[in-house]
Structure formats: C-alpha cells, structure tokens
Design a protein around this ligand. Structure first.
Ligand SMILES: Cc1ncc(COP(=O)(O)O)c(C=O)c1O
Length: 396
C-alpha cells in the first residue's frame, strides 16, 4: 500500500512579507468598503464612478465586427496606428497641438495604466511628486512603489481653488513631477486658462514633468472650457496628458485610454509600457478608431451630462443639502452640515443602512482624512435612479 505524503506549507512565514510590505498603508479602499455595504443593504449606488446605462449600440457592434473580422491577435505595442492617428487629429482640432502618431501617442489600459507607467518611468528613490488634494487614489501608491515621496497641496472647501503661491512654495530641488487633474474628481472643479498660465509660469524655469490627468476632458458644464495641458506650449513640452475612453464612452469596464507626450518623454514611457502590458485589447482599439471618426460621439457629452447634473440639482433644491454646481466630471459634492455634524464616513454609512443610498465620503481623498462635511454623488445614472436618489435625499 502506498503512503500518500501530504505536503503542508506551514514553514512559510507570510508575516515577513506583511512586515516588509511595499505599500504598508494601503488598506481596502473606500470604494470597495462603500460598494460592499451598498450591496449588503441593497442600496441605490451613487458612490462608484461609472454609468448604469448602456453604451452606444454602434460602438458595441464595431467591437463585434472587429472580433468577427479576426483582429484577435496582438496589436502593435504603441497601439493600433489608425487609432493613434485619429487621437492626434482630435487633439489638433480641439487644442491646436499636433502629436506625432508614431512617436507621441500610446494606447493604454485605461488612464490608470498611463499614470502608473509615467510615474514608474520617471520617479526614482527620493524624488518628490506634488499632488493636489483632494485627489483620486491611484497616484500615491505608484509614487511610493517607485521610492518617490508624495508632497501635498491641500485645497479647501467649498471652492477647492488652487492657491498658486502655496503650490509654488512646495517646489524644491527634489521635485520631479506634478500631478494635476482637471476636470477634477471629486470636487467637480475645472481649472481655468489663468490657472494653467500660472502653472506654466511656475514650472517654466524647472525640469519638472507634468502628469495631467484629463479623463473627464469631455464632461464640462455651463460653458466651461476644458483647458488641456496640451494647449499651453511650455506645459505641453513637459507633459503626459492622460485620457480614458472608458469615461468618455460609458465603458469603464473596457479599460482603454491613451496618453500623449513629446517624443523624448514618450520613448521612456514606452520602455516601461512594453514590459508591463506590451499592448492593449486589439478589437476594442479597432472599434475606437472607427467610432472616433464622428466627433459628435465625444462633443455631445457635455450636454448629455449637463442634463443629468441639472436634473439632479433641480431635484435637490428643496433638500437641506448645500452645494456648488459641479462644473465638470460626473460627480457632485453635497455639504450636509444642515443635516448633521457627523464624520462623513459615519453619515455615509448611516444613509446606506437607514435610507438605502450610497455615496463616497470625501475625507478619503484628503490629507490625513480631513473631514470637509461633504459627500460625493455620481450622477452618471439613469433618470429613474436619479429620481429615486433625489427622493431619498430630500427626506433627510
Ligand atoms: C481622476 C481619475 N483619473 C483616472 C481614473 C481611471 O481611469 P481609467 O478607468 O481609464 O483607468 C479615474 C477613474 O475613476 C478618475 O476618476
């Protein structure tokens, strides 16, 4: 009779890896925590930043065509050339700057990969990276993993305006990069021409790289113009501009985006990109190249979302919430101080459990989790979802 030897892995000391974690401060994100609680209580979910309506059938059928027509093998490392070409034409027409499709445009796995790759390509141990807070959560871990040091400029509610002299004071001889996000998640603010000119003036005498996160470039309201870093010659000469088709075309799950930068910067970016992902989903790239031939597919987005924002805010007029209308993105901050003085995480949890509506407490985007008494609501939702949300919020 043979003896079966059972191998156990009891000698492995997993704690040593925990102790030596490269990201010791990274815990479960607020998005996961809130999302789980929302599901548990079957709450209406306005917390996560994605639409609950369908993408355009035309786009879906273009992907289908690409699959059927056999575009199922690796795409070129930099991205499908026709897609890079049409992106270059789009930027030239909107921002009057020409990026070479061959050397200055790269298709990425969403903006997240573009951001991670740009940081990895340039940030070394001890380099400082300025982040404007509140900030989206993917910047800091990428900086930390590469040995960089995040340096914060914290903005204040309710306007969240950048004080450019406070920003300038944060620049040292170790500053390697600045990360900017306009239109801004979570505040819904949009940087103006004069903001960008100030930034340009401050960065001009330096070698600092600008990482400009512009994933909500096509979602601005009330006639606001999106001021891309690519519009400003000196900024463009030092910038990675990152964009997301997921956000623009209601397909966040496809994880496809792109970034543009001058050839010298892009060459370093591609060295990392080549070994991190090599290339991005080929059939989706083919579909995007066709879909972008019609500028209305992205130019109509402002009106589409303005209607949703207006519907949401009109409904809230009789509520106790205070707000400044979002000027860009599909997020709206609501100040709840007329309702409660609780911590934002507490009231967010309570509204999920007691009232069945989920939102994001924005302390998680601030330095030291500062409480601004604000909750973030995503209005990229069907009209009936927004209607139900308004009904709940007006009863609080
Ligand atoms: C400001 C900001 N940047 C980047 C991203 C990530 O974009 P993608 O899904 O294309 O990776 C998001 C997604 O929520 C975002 O809000």
């Amino acid at each position: 009779m043979s003896v079966i030897k059972i191998i156990t892995f009891t000698t492995m000391d997993y704690n040593q890896y925990k102790r030596a974690s490269k990201l010791p401060d990274v815990k479960t994100t607020i998005f996961t925590t809130v999302g789980n609680l929302a599901r548990k209580h079957a709450a209406l979910d306005l917390s996560q930043g994605f639409p609950n309506f369908k993408a355009d059938e035309k786009l879906i059928s273009l992907v289908n065509d690409a699959l059927i027509n056999g575009h199922n093998q690796y795409a070129p490392m930099q991205g499908y050339f026709s897609l890079r070409e049409i992106i270059s034409e789009k930027i030239a027409s909107l921002h009057q700057r020409t990026y070479s499709p061959a050397d200055e445009v790269t298709i990425t796995v969403g903006a997240t990969q573009a951001i991670f790759t740009a940081i990895t390509a340039f940030i070394n141990k001890g380099d400082e990276v300025i982040i404007i807070k509140p900030a989206y959560d993917c910047y800091e871990p990428a900086i930390t993993l590469n040995g960089g040091i995040p340096v914060y400029v914290q903005l204040d509610a309710p306007d969240y305006k950048i004080d450019w002299s406070a920003f300038e004071n944060k620049i040292t001889d170790k500053t390697k990069m600045v990360i900017l996000n306009t239109p801004h998640n979570p505040t819904g603010t949009v940087l103006t021409k004069s903001d960008m000119e100030e930034l340009e003036r401050i960065l001009k005498p330096t070698n600092i790289i600008l990482l400009s996160d512009e994933v909500y470039e096509h979602i601005t309201f009330d006639g606001q113009v999106h001021e891309s870093a690519s519009k400003f010659p000196d900024l463009a000469s030092r910038s990675f501009v990152c964009a997301s088709f997921g956000k623009t075309f209601h397909v966040t799950g496809w994880k496809i985006g792109y970034c543009v930068a001058p050839a010298e910067l892009m060459a370093e970016f591609r060295k990392v990109h080549q070994f991190a992902v090599f290339c991005v989903d080929h059939p989706v790239q083919r579909a995007m190249a066709d879909y972008l031939k019609h500028p209305s597919h992205y130019l109509d987005l402002n009106n589409f979302y303005q209607e949703k924002r207006d519907f949401f805010l009109n409904g809230l007029k009789s509520s106790k919430f205070k707000f400044k209308p979002s000027l860009g993105t599909y997020f709206q901050l609501l100040d709840y101080t007329n309702i409660s003085k609780e911590e934002d995480e507490d009231i967010s949890r309570r509204i999920i459990i007691e009232n069945g509506l989920a939102s994001i407490p924005i302390s998680s985007f601030n330095v030291d989790n500062r409480n601004d008494f604000m909750l973030r609501f995503c209005f990229a939702k069907k009209k009936e979802t927004l209607e139900k949300a308004v009904e709940i919020l007006c009863k609080l």
